[in-house]
Design a protein around this ligand. Structure first.
Ligand code: T3D
Length: 262
């Protein structure tokens, strides 16, 4: 297994847990961390024993976005372009394209590109005391690392614009109301509940779960007729899986299905 310096990576019970691990900086991103997250996501994707991915932060923060101390003051527009394309885009692309469920456990502040990371996950569970912060406008930048795309789709244009330009803390309960996260729990319950949820997801028919993710992401940019056609195409594949055979057999035998993710 690869050695990581800025994250922790552990596979257990079908779950790959990636923990951002620069707690003294609220897990702000440096290049090495972005590269290590990319590497860990690729490992989790390739590893057939992994059937769910859980992303969290060490200490009191989830992730404070780009480490502002590591951005040279002279960094000009084009270098920022390259940095976003070379270091952030691959992470967000993997989160969207890995055909396994990805759960964010938001333990504390998720700011700037840290909020983008959380929003890019398929499912989000959040501590009552945590918040999202579209911090970008506060320092004269625009939402990046996918935040514009996720926000307009998840809460609609007008609310998305308000959240971005007001750039205030969005408390957990408000995140839940807006549909930005799925569940809000007491801080002490976050890790056990996130872990239990991820393990439950890892027992689901992973191949069908992955195809569902593919179909839903395609649906975000397709017409209804195109979506129906794409569903039909993917259903043909799902119906050839071992899990479909097990699911229908278990139904007839009136017992719970035991899926292998194949
Ligand atoms: O190409 C590119 O890379 C451009 C991409 C940009 C993407 C972005 O993410 S831009 C947005 C960057 N993030 C921010 O602007 C957020 C900055 N942080 C904050 O606003 C606050 O830290 C929080 C609201 C998130 C939390 O506040 P609080 O009071 O709970 O904690 P704190 O005291 O501010 O932070 C604790 C420590 O972490 C502190 O260090 P110290 O004083 O104890 O030595 C603070 O400086 C450090 N820290 C927090 N965020 C960052 C950071 N250090 C570097 N970079 C940070 N982003």
């Amino acid at each position: 297994m690869a050695e990581y310096q800025t994250i922790l990576y552990q596979v257990d019970q079908g779950v790959a847990a990636i923990t951002l691990n620069r707690p003294e900086r609220l897990n702000a991103f440096i290049d090495q961390m972005l590269l290590e997250i990319t590497q860990a996501l690729k490992s989790a994707d390739k590893d057939e024993t992994v059937r769910a991915i859980l992303i969290g932060g060490a200490g009191r923060g989830f992730c404070a976005g780009q480490d502002l101390d590591s951005l040279p003051e002279t960094l000009g527009g084009h270098q920022l372009y390259d940095h976003l394309m070379d270091h952030y885009r691959p992470v967000i692309k993997l989160l969207q394209t890995i055909e396994k469920p990805i759960l964010a456990a938001i333990n504390g502040p998720a700011a700037g590109a840290g909020a983008s990371l959380a929003l890019a996950c398929d499912l989000k569970i959040m501590a009552k005391t945590a918040y999202l912060l579209q911090a970008f406008n506060n320092i004269g930048l625009i939402p990046d690392a996918g935040s514009t795309w996720f926000l307009v789709r998840q809460v609609g244009y007008s609310r998305a614009f308000e959240l971005a330009v007001e750039a205030e803390r969005i408390p957990a309960e408000r995140c839940l109301e807006l549909g930005l996260v799925n569940r809000v729990v007491e801080p002490d319950a976050l890790l056990p509940e996130a872990r239990a949820w991820a393990e439950k997801l890892a027992q689901r028919p992973t191949y069908a779960v992955g195809l569902t993710k593919r179909a839903m992401n395609r649906a975000l940019t397709s017409t209804l007729m195109e979506a129906i056609e794409y569903e039909a195409h993917l259903q043909q594949l799902a119906a050839q899986s071992e899990d479909f055979a097990e699911g229908t057999k278990a139904f007839k035998e009136k017992r719970p299905a035991v899926f292998k993710g194949k």
